[in-house]
Design a protein around this ligand. Structure first.
Ligand SMILES: C[S@@+](CC[C@H](N)C(=O)[O-])C[C@H]1O[C@@H](n2cnc3c(N)ncnc32)[C@H](O)[C@@H]1O
Length: 333
């Protein structure tokens, strides 16, 4: 793992580390080569998030059709006090922190209890992490931030070698739903290695009627479509590619057997794409798809049982009145 940039600026309350993990396939575009040379084609969802992608995701969170963000915020609003009672004073480490908007609901409560505020946001998208960190510093006077720009894998590896008296890892927004079962197993092994002891707060989207799910990923303003297509823009910039966005269309549907939303880009006309930085030529046939995301929808009690098998003991779970979203607080054993 290499530290590629360490910004110690603004003041001593903010430190941001940029890390790159050469042991992972993900920093050299190997995952792009692998995904675009297999059938059917697939791209990892983390490529949604360049500066534009992060901005589009923030817009998605405000859409009337996109219930997860406001529902999870409502649960946090109602139960942050209870969460703080369980954890006591602790460092908050957030995976995929994005704008850290919902985290504020926890910071408010920890601040009201006079707990020292230490926050470790982790995100692949450096711009949103830096911008949000600066805003948080303005709004929370005693807050110390040690941000990490990098993948979950690289950051967790780094955290496992760091000791801290008490910590809680937050994984909100049902980002876990983007992982296959095998990826979940690997992820939880890394979490328990990094946590050793401490708490884990997980936000998961729950199974619900298909109409509500499909509307959330096919909004009437086309923001989700723009977010999906922006992944190709990101690849063009990052790997000197020549994807023509007008030759692809957004497609999202609920796979009822797998209990997951699947998001794809469908090719509208046969053509060839070249990514110079990867020296990769990819042929696309009309009608062919690239899967850009799965978003699994979970059953709360099955997830609690699964977490238990992963060395994370569920202490309490909370939902909204419609049971659309769940928040599970676990203790690492
Ligand atoms: C679905 S958004 C959720 C943001 C926020 N936690 C929320 O609940 O609204 C996922 C976030 O994780 C980040 N992300 C995606 N893949 C990542 C990865 N492999 N490693 C680190 N961050 C990642 C994205 O940049 C984005 O900010």
């Amino acid at each position: 793992m290499t530290l590629i940039k360490d910004n110690n600026y603004l003041n001593t309350r903010l430190k941001i580390k940029y890390i790159q993990d050469h042991t992972q396939t993900s920093d050299n575009g190997f995952d792009v080569i692998q995904g675009l040379t297999q059938q059917p084609k697939i791209l990892p969802p983390r490529y949604f998030y360049d500066e534009q992608g992060s901005l589009l995701f923030e817009k998605i969170c405000d859409l009337s059709e996109y219930y997860p963000t406001r529902t999870e915020a409502e649960i946090l609003q109602n139960y942050a006090q209870e969460i703080a009672k369980y954890t006591g004073s602790c460092e908050l480490i957030e995976l995929g922190s994005g704008s850290s908007t919902k985290t504020r609901l926890l910071l408010d409560v920890y601040q009201s209890l006079d707990y020292p505020l230490c926050y470790v946001p982790i995100d692949v998208s450096g711009t949103i992490l830096e911008d949000s960190a600066k805003q948080l510093l303005n709004d929370y006077k005693g807050l110390q931030i040690q941000g990490i720009v990098g993948t979950y894998e690289a950051a967790l590896q780094m955290l496992s070698s760091r000791s801290s008296s008490s910590k809680m890892v937050l994984f909100l927004g049902s980002t876990l739903g983007n992982f296959s079962q095998t990826e979940c197993d690997r992820f939880f092994a890394q979490i328990t290695a990094a946590l050793q002891s401490g708490y884990f707060l997980l936000g998961i989207d729950l199974q619900k009627p298909i109409e509500i799910l499909e509307a959330a990923y096919n909004d009437s303003q086309g923001i989700t479509a723009a977010f999906n297509l922006n992944m190709l823009n990101h690849l063009n910039q990052r790997f000197q590619g020549n994807f023509d966005l007008s030759l692809f269309k957004h497609w999202a549907f609920y796979n009822t057997q797998e209990h997951q939303i699947e998001m794809h880009l469908i090719c509208q006309k046969s053509h060839t794409v070249y990514l110079a930085a990867l020296d990769l030529t990819v042929d696309f046939q009309e009608g062919e798809t690239i899967q850009t995301e799965i978003s699994r929808k979970f059953n709360l009690s099955q997830m609690e049982q699964y977490l238990e098998t992963q060395g994370l003991k569920p202490l309490q779970s909370w939902t909204d009145p419609q049971k659309w979203f769940g928040l599970i607080l676990c203790q690492c054993r």
